[in-house]
Design a protein around this ligand. Structure first.
Ligand SMILES: NC(=O)c1ccc[n+]([C@@H]2O[C@H](COP(=O)([O-])OP(=O)(O)OC[C@H]3O[C@@H](n4cnc5c(N)ncnc54)[C@H](OP(=O)(O)O)[C@@H]3O)[C@@H](O)[C@H]2O)c1
Length: 255
């Protein structure tokens, strides 16, 4: 690799980001840097270079893009990662570095689904007492404190790393990382006599098994809807992001 190899930044933490990094790392003459927040203790590492930790806001991200001579940025973070997506949009605006967001299609209810939309974790928490006494909470480690005051409900909490803050008094925590298949999800929900599932609308195949399990078992689903992110051009998969990046690199090579 020469010092002049164009560099791209992938804001990651998702399977799409890892898939894009693998595709690009196989291309010679390209510097691929993936960025992770550093939330997970033992993250699945993407191919290519990896940097870990926040940038310190949009201004610092803009300075970092300039210092690293980044030709294009792909924001392939999770649909609920509002902070970094806002920073990426602002930094791209300031520097003129092209930005593309990879937006995994959201899950949609099908026949037999009883989904209760919630605009936030806080709203989800207020809805639970009317929906079931035994809750399967799959919204991740962050935000568990929102459910901590629900003393009368029992929670099965699934997350990758142990919770760091307050959790509901009646709970069992299981540490696991997807993918999860529908059969295993059905067995887990049956074993714990789950009455209601809480999930973010993350989308994607890897964790969708809980939704078909809930449908099969007639379990209510509280579906936390996605936040609205700053406007940016979008695509829905790693393959399209790769094509976009190659077009950007081709364009800047010809400029
Ligand atoms: N939210 C979820 O449910 C979820 C689920 C699966 C995976 N993830 C992944 O976990 C990460 C954190 O999620 P979050 O919801 O806490 O995001 P967030 O609210 O957007 O992140 C808060 C701050 O963490 C830093 N950060 C986040 N993602 C980063 C990245 N990829 N590289 C460098 N810094 C990053 C940024 O700090 P500075 O302002 O200091 O730059 C950001 O302002 C994301 O990268 C996301 O893809 C999130």
């Amino acid at each position: 690799m020469t010092a002049a190899a164009p560099a791209v930044l992938i804001l990651g933490g998702t399977s799409e980001a890892r898939s894009l990094a693998s595709r690009l790392a196989a291309r010679p003459g390209l510097r691929v840097i993936s960025s992770l927040a550093g939330r997970v203790r033992d993250p699945a590492l993407p191919a290519g270079e990896v940097r870990i930790g926040g940038f310190g806001g949009a201004g610092n991200l803009a300075a970092w893009l300039a210092a690293q001579h980044i030709s294009a940025v792909v924001d392939a973070t999770h649909p609920f990662a509002e902070g970094i997506s806002a920073s990426a949009a602002a930094a791209a605006g300031r520097t003129g570095v092209p930005l593309l967001r990879v937006v995994r299609p959201p899950w949609l209810p099908g026949d037999g689904d009883a989904w209760h939309p919630a605009a936030s974790l806080a709203e989800a928490a207020t809805m639970l007492p009317g929906l079931g006494d035994r809750v399967f909470l799959t919204t991740g480690r962050q935000g568990l404190a929102t459910f901590a005051s629900l003393r009368q409900l029992w929670f099965l909490i699934r997350c990758v790393d142990p919770p760091a803050g307050p959790v509901p008094p009646q709970c069992q925590v299981i540490l696991a990382r997807g993918p999860y298949d529908a059969g295993a999800e059905r067995a887990l929900m049956r074993r714990h006599r789950i009455g209601v599932l809480v999930t973010k609308n993350s989308g994607g195949e890897l964790t969708a098994g809980k939704l078909s399990a809930a449908r099969d078992l007639g379990i209510a689903v509280v579906m936390v809807t996605r936040p609205v992110l700053a406007a940016a051009p979008e695509c829905s998969c790693a393959e399209d992001a790769e094509s976009w990046l190659l077009r950007q690199l081709h364009r800047s090579a010809g400029a």
